[in-house]
Write a protein that binds this ligand. Structure first.
Ligand SMILES: C[S@@+](CC[C@H](N)C(=O)[O-])C[C@H]1O[C@@H](n2cnc3c(N)ncnc32)[C@H](O)[C@@H]1O
Length: 732
């Protein structure tokens, strides 16, 4: 059962029914009568306890009665309340239902009650009995019970509560600065100077102790002991927490232990729960301990007109912390261990960098961890993204528990800003997160992928389908194909790896060039001729436009290995590489060539050619590469006029120019008879498979495919390797 106010505010009309109180109380002193009742019950507990406990109980009782005075202060701000006593006794045709009736805060006394409870609890948690037995004894200890009862009645969703404790901390600090440096109390100065809000936070949670997991109670005791008494007093509670979390039921709510407590303790807790059910139902039936709803309703006697004011109050804690993922840091542990699991919405940039650490942190602490990786790109922050996250949360079943939900956003992690550029440690990051090859599939979740290959297209199509469960397995398998090819193909040399790493960092440079209007306009044009992007790379650019050269253009390991194999198998000596980019294919082929072999590589972008030259500089094969800058068509004519011809040609430029370049290669004899032509992207993103209208690039690839098919001078095969690689052997 949830708090009726929260539930009814959510569900609507039921809320508007006139409410008959099940336990009517005198209108004038409803809160007070219960407070008094509480005092007597607390006093009964006190009588049965040791003298130290009795003083705690007195402190608590005093706090509660002072709270009632505070409650009056609070009530003064509200309109006069007329409580329903049943329809026949209604005092006027207008009814007023006030949902609030909380005991208020007398902070110093509550704090001293907490301190005493901690003092009494400390020897109990250090006993040699089982953790469960110690917990039962702890809950039956009168000073602990009184403290819990009192705190459960605090109006935690109020500014007054926060201020009452803040003032109280300051007054304690002020007093204590006068005491000698080594007195026990001096530690409080440190506590209030540094972390007083942690104590406030603990109290705000402790209010709901009845519905909190058992281990969370241990955590809160540990936090309060640390804040009020210092680390040495907190140590026994920390150890108690450690052993308690090893018991099977530590995640179960405290209230489930009621039948295992002593008869008096059980009666006392039930009395408190019954009181709260009327005075503050949210305290015993919280929909969420971080959200409380309230309502104020006026209704005519026949309920034909109802006027209502509704509100929702949220309480939140923001922690700005460092090294949260170090195993010794208990910030996240304290939240999620009692809940048993964490469902986290993680920005894909954060996941790329911290994903492994996140996994390791939760695994190391034995907390089930469900990660929903979501694009952090500004361009993606729209309602569809929200929908996607909500659907994923629903699948993860977050409706259980107290919002076991953690959101990690790249905006808060400064290192992200330098991930692709100038910053330190880029290399390490790249290698660590699998970006060494920019075609790595680890970079983005399936539905955020840049579509590069037919499999990408299939994955993207399947991911958009509503029936995710059915297609999930297919996605997983399809997604593994490229990775498997890479895994079982010969691994690249150190120099080629370096080209990949350097290329992975290039997107900001291309973006800069694009701003100056210096990059190719057709290379990555989309269906509508516009540039597009949906991977993380546009993230840094204020206008969210995508650079027209992108790191993903690199041919990469699988194709690089195939080219090397062809060079070696065909005993190739002269290679023509059309489309240098950052130099991967040129270097791959150069590595496979004999000492007297030669690669001529053509590139229209001077910046790219320069970068390629830098990438080759440290390779012993650099001497085999000759770079020419200009438009491919013009450069081919020049080569032909110099009487050049090649054993192997790798064609990998703007697709609309493919067929014309092919014709030139054939007509000029640049591709010699007996030579081999390798053409990349001939399946161009699988566009033809969709049956939809092709983009200009798709058209370009299709024109070449059709041209090869119609040309008897060549024998060709299209390999579904990545984006399609066609091998055409010139037989005459
Ligand atoms: C896909 S990338 C080449 C990738 C490269 N083969 C590799 O292995 O990484 C295409 C490159 O060709 C260049 N390019 C595109 N069209 C061109 C053209 N018509 N003439 C010359 N270069 C061109 C682009 O600037 C780009 O650097």
């Amino acid at each position: 059962m949830a708090c009726t106010k929260c539930a009814s505010l959510v569900s609507g009309p039921a809320f508007m029914q006139p409410v008959q109180s099940t336990r009517p109380r005198p209108a004038s002193s409803l809160g007070q009568s219960h407070v008094q009742g509480d005092e007597s019950s607390v006093a009964a507990a006190a009588a049965a306890s040791a003298s130290a406990t009795a003083s705690a109980v007195l402190a608590v009782a005093g706090a509660v009665s002072l709270g009632a005075a505070s409650g009056r202060r609070r009530a003064a701000k509200l309109p006069k309340v007329v409580r329903l006593q049943g329809a026949q006794t209604m005092p006027s045709p207008t009814l007023e239902i006030n949902y609030y009736d909380l005991d208020a805060v007398e902070a110093p006394r509550i704090l001293s009650a907490v301190r005493l409870a901690i003092k009494m609890a400390s020897p109990i948690v250090q006993e040699s009995t089982s953790p469960e037995e110690r917990l039962r004894k702890l809950l039956s200890e009168p000073s602990v019970q009184s403290m819990l009862t009192t705190v459960s009645r605090l109006p935690v969703f109020s500014k007054e509560m926060a201020l009452a404790f803040k003032e109280s901390f300051f007054s304690i600090c002020f007093m204590i600065t006068l005491v000698p440096q080594h007195s026990q109390k001096f530690r409080l100065v440190e506590a209030c100077d540094k972390d007083d809000l942690d104590l406030l936070l603990a109290l705000k949670q402790l209010k709901y102790f009845w519905n909190l997991p058992q281990s969370q109670l241990a955590i809160l005791l540990e936090v309060m002991a640390r804040q009020l008494e210092g680390p040495s007093q907190a140590a026994p509670f920390q150890e108690f927490l450690r052993v308690l979390t090893q018991t099977p039921n530590h995640g179960k709510n405290i209230k489930h232990l009621r039948d295992e407590l002593s008869a008096e303790a059980k009666a006392e807790y039930l009395r408190n729960a019954e009181y709260l059910e009327t005075a503050d139902a949210h305290a015993v039936y919280p929909t969420s301990i971080y959200r409380q709803c309230d309502g104020f309703t006026l209704a005519t006697k026949d309920a034909s007109t109802i006027e209502a004011v509704m509100s929702t109050t949220l309480t939140t804690t923001i922690k700005i912390a460092r090294k949260v993922l170090e195993p010794s840091n208990h910030l996240l542990y304290n939240i999620y261990k009692p809940l048993g699991r964490c469902v986290a919405v993680v920005d894909d940039k954060v996941d790329a960098i911290y994903g492994k650490e996140l996994d390791a942190y939760f695994a190391g602490h034995g907390i089930e961890f469900k990660k929903i990786v979501s694009s952090g790109n500004e361009a993606d922050k729209d309602i569809r993204d929200v929908e996607r996250i909500l659907v994923s949360l629903k699948k993860a079943g977050t409706c259980m528990g107290f919002g076991a939900y953690l959101a990690m956003k790249s905006d808060f992690i400064p290192e992200i800003e330098c991930h692709w550029g100038q910053g330190r440690g880029v290399e390490e990051h790249c290698t660590e997160v699998g970006l060494a090859d920019p075609q790595s599939k680890k970079m983005a979740p399936p539905d955020d992928r840049f579509v590069v290959t037919p499999t990408d297209l299939m994955i993207s199509t399947l991911t958009k389908s509503q029936n995710m469960a059915a297609v999930g397995e297919v996605v997983r398998m399809l997604d593994g194909v490229d990775g498997m090819v890479v895994k079982y193909s010969t691994q690249p040399s150190e120099a080629l790896r370096n080209v990949s790493v350097q290329t992975a960092k290039t997107n900001p440079n291309w973006a800069e060039m694009e701003k100056k209007g210096a990059t190719s306009k057709l290379l990555e044009a989309g269906r509508d001729g516009e540039s597009f992007c949906n991977l993380g790379f546009c993230f840094h650019f204020p206008d969210y436009s995508c650079p027209l050269l992108i790191a993903e253009m690199i041919s990469g390991q699988a194709e690089g290995q195939l080219l090397q194999l062809l060079v070696k198998f065909g005993r190739v000596k002269k290679v023509l590489d059309i489309g240098t980019f950052t130099g991967y294919s040129s270097l791959a082929m150069a590595e496979a060539l004999p000492e007297d072999g030669r690669v001529v590589t053509l590139e229209r972008q001077e910046e790219a050619a320069k970068m390629a030259a830098e990438n080759w500089a440290s390779s012993p094969h650099v001497g085999k590469i000759e770079s020419r800058v200009g438009e491919a068509q013009a450069l081919l004519q020049a080569l032909a006029s110099q009487g050049e011809s090649f054993d192997l040609v790798f064609l990998d430029v703007d697709k609309p120019g493919y067929f014309a370049l092919y014709q030139t290669l054939m007509e000029t004899g640049l591709l010699r008879v007996g030579g081999l032509l390798a053409v990349d992207n001939t399946m161009y993103k699988g566009e033809e498979l969709t049956g939809e209208q092709l983009s200009v690039n798709g058209e370009g690839a299709r024109a070449l495919n059709a041209g090869l098919l119609a040309d008897d001078r060549v024998l060709q095969v299209m390999l579904p390797l990545r984006d399609g690689l066609t091998l055409a052997f010139r037989q005459n």
